[in-house]
Write a protein that binds this ligand. Structure first.
Ligand code: HEM
Length: 415
């Protein structure tokens, strides 16, 4: 890595030169990132794009440079800095960083929050949760079998499984799920009217502040209540910071996996040979899950908003302090320089080096939980519903193309 010798004063964004392509770009196929990514990757590891505000930013298109950006301490995730890129300047969250939202913090502030949570999401801890996850998955399969097909797998399985699991883990009442799921959907939709999206965020933040007040009155055995007793009551955390952490965990904990489960089911139904191999040898499932994560890269760029705080050279391109960067996770995971036949779905490729969970200090805190949920959900579903099949042709499946996190709006199945 070459470092530029002189740090320039912040230029408050990428200089507006020429007419670069508009960003973000849209996915039109459940199995592919936006079509434009291939050409962008050919153009270079860093390409200039135009955000909806007219502001310019860099996007990182290739794997090696994506990893560099995600691990370089000269590149920040703090959105309160002038020039930090946003795809939605009218959002009440733009340029803001509510207390406790550690995904938007740099070390050492970020490290202190992450340390409070790391053991809660360790492989060991998540292995202890596997029987509880299995119970949730079995209950959802029971419900589907009792209902009978055809039904929408997103509504009956993909969304409820991670939603119930994260509620149980945090100590959030699942009875409130429609409330927080609908508000999450509203603000995750890139086309939502800004006033409506802002109202949804405020309501969700209010809901989590109320949850913190509730665990103070009536402690339970969830993580939020435990953090209250161990960190808020001791003066280490404020109530607002705990509500901010709970907001991040609740959202990150359901919206991501909820999209990955239906996408994964679809991919396996469309690849019957791979599915037959996994059925015959369930030991292949963890590797298949890594490949599903790489192949779909449902989070793509949305968590990867960054800004250089010093001049830094990336892939031969000088990025000046104050310039915004988005890492295109879905492009990096299809980079032919890093993956052989990247557009092929291959459960044997050993895809664990993918960037679907990011890299560096912000690498997904919930990755062990997400892996366990995906493994248990897929294994159980295909074991207990061996004749599961699509109830609508792939070409007619409605996509969540306008959502910050990609997924299927519906997955009608029968058996
Ligand atoms: C398939 C499912 C999931 C995917 C694809 C995913 C993806 C990601 C990515 C790409 C990041 C990195 C953001 C960055 O670099 O700024 C991230 C961070 C994070 N994820 Fe996940 N995630 C998933 C599931 C979960 C679950 C189940 C949880 C549970 C609570 C979770 C909690 C978090 C948190 C708290 C962060 C912030 C970490 C930090 O800033 O230190 N995620 N996730």
């Amino acid at each position: 890595m070459t470092t530029a010798k002189h740090t320039s004063p912040s230029s408050h964004g990428v200089p507006e030169v020429g007419n670069p392509p508009a960003f973000p770009m849209t996915r039109r196929c459940p199995f592919s990132p936006p079509e434009e990514y291939r050409a962008l990757r050919e153009q270079g590891p860093l390409v200039r794009v135009r955000l909806p505000s007219g502001q310019h930013s860099w996007v990182v298109t290739r794997y090696a440079e994506a990893k560099q950006v995600l691990t370089d301490p000269r590149i920040s995730t703090d959105p309160t800095q002038p020039g930090f890129p946003t795809t939605n300047p009218e959002s009440c969250e733009a340029g803001q960083r509510p207390e406790g939202q550690f995904i938007d913090m740099d070390p050492p502030e970020h490290t202190a929050y992450r340390r409070m949570l790391i053991s809660e999401f360790s492989v060991r801890r998540i292995n202890q949760l596997r029987p509880a996850i299995q119970r949730v998955v079995d209950q959802r399969v029971d419900a589907m079998l009792a209902e009978g097909g055809p039904l929408d797998l997103v509504e009956w399985f993909g969304l409820p499984v991670p939603s119930i699991v994260i509620c149980e883990l945090l100590g959030v009442p699942y009875a409130d799920h429609e409330y927080f799921e609908s508000r999450t959907r509203t603000f995750a939709r890139l086309t939502t009217d800004p006033a409506e999206a802002n109202a949804a965020v405020r309501e969700l933040r209010g809901y989590l502040a109320e949850l913190v007040a509730r665990v103070e009155r009536e402690p339970n055995d969830g993580l939020v209540s435990r953090l209250f007793t161990e960190r808020v009551a001791t003066g280490e955390l404020t109530r607002e910071a705990l509500a901010g952490m709970a907001f991040l965990l609740l959202l990150a904990g359901h919206e991501t996996t909820a999209n990955m489960i239906p996408l994964s089911v679809l991919s396996l139904l469309e690849n019957p040979a791979a599915l037959a191999e996994i059925r015959a040898d369930p030991g292949l499932l963890p590797g298949a899950v890594e490949e599903l994560l790489r192949f779909h890269s449902a989070v793509d760029w949305v968590a990867f908003d960054r800004m250089a705080v010093e001049d830094v050279e990336i892939g031969g391109q000088l990025v000046r302090a104050g310039e915004g960067i988005y890492v295109l996770g879905a492009s990096a995971n299809r980079d032919e320089r890093a993956f052989d036949r990247p557009d092929e779905f291959d459960i044997h490729r050993g895809a664990r080096n993918h960037l679907a969970f990011g890299n560096g200090v912000h690498q997904c805190l919930g990755q062990n939980l997400a892996r366990a949920e995906l493994e248990i959900a897929l294994r159980t579903l295909f074991e207990r519903m061996p004749t599961l099949r699509l109830a609508r042709p792939v070409a007619e499946l409605p996509l969540k193309s306008d959502s910050a996190i990609f997924g299927l709006a519906e997955l009608p199945v029968t058996w």
